[in-house]
Design a protein around this ligand. Sequence first.
Ligand code: BJ8
Length: 423
Amino acid sequence: MTDYRQMWSDLGMDLEKHDQLTGALPLVYETVYLKQPNRPRAMEYFDLVVAEIHSLRIAELVEHRRRGGKVCGAFCVFVPVEIIRAAGAIAVGLCGGSQFWIPDGEKVLPRNLCPLIKASVGARLSGTCPYFQSCDLLIGETTCDGKKKAWEVLNNFAPVYVMDLPQMKRPRDLVAWREEVGLFLDKMEELTGRRVTPERLAEEIQLQNRLRRTLERLYAARKADPVPVSGKDVLLVTQVSFYDDPRRFIEKTEALAAEAEARIAAGEGVFSPGAPRILVTGTPMAIPNWKLHHIIETAGAAVVCEETCTGTRFFEHQVDEAGRTLDEQLQALAERYLKINCSCFTPNPGRIEDILRLVKEYRADGVIYYNLQFCHGYAVEYYAVEKALKERGIPVLKVETDYSEEDTGQLRTRVEAFLEMLR
Ligand code: BJ8
């Protein structure tokens, strides 16, 4: 049997603390995931991924590095992973979703800061996340204020490269972003010592487009009533997509989508027909943040779509594959990524259009607006989202929360009252 403790130790991890972190996960996972009735069989793969979350994939990263390859970690869906991979490196998502990392994050960051940022920095400081420990370079970005200042702190503990993302979407912003994407390619070539050729970049563009289409296919199955797969399960699949091997991920997710489609044909679902259908919108839910979905679905409603960066914002829009030169490909990448409607943009009408469209497509009965505490961009944007939804008679509930369990009872009461109103 592989000695993972030796591997973790070689990665410079704090083994004792790491035991505390991983010791709690099986029970939580069993309660939140394994107890769900009638799960698709294809979810077995994702259960395995979680059970081995700090071992199997990490061993692949270690092996890649042993052969001279590099690993890059990112915190935002704006980072073009196609370029990282075309330069021969592996890309992994690093956003922290666990309360466990918050105290370490608070050692160097203010307490009144978004938990996603505190947990991400805390994961690095605590030496308990083997993904962080495996990274040769961390890729930050200038999205929200909290993140862009946190990179300065994180840079004391690990090398960080920051991509400058515009905050508006005018033609001149696209020009600036295209230039930034080009600089990122230079940085990746410098890191890996390998040239990015148009052929390699084309391959990675096609691969990531396939991955996006696979998630799109799985999401499409959620439009059915009854839904063939729970929102919790789909959330997990999306979370896994950020660090799994992309080819293996596509294969396993295609199998899950096929199973979901067969269930639809047979009229089978995981909730009873007519169960309230909820669209969740707002801030991302990094693994293992399953809190809101668990509350909603144990109250008898189905989460049918997420307008979040661990949802549609991650996979909607393909990169145009027609480009033959690096210049054309970088332009296509810049254009696709700038279509993401994050609240860090002003104005950001595209997000409201997306929410209204998705409510219709997924036949949602109501919207739950998920706001991580101290995320001001999404909190302020609520005004416009609520207005647009109310004008169309679409019920909406705003919840503001963190990663702790302290407010779970209160949240549950509010969600149940909302669902009662929908019924
Ligand atoms: S594109 S949503 S992944 S920035 S929740 S850290 S915004 S204070 S994660 Fe995000 Fe990229 Fe935007 Fe998506 Fe800041 Fe808000 Fe925290 Fe956030």
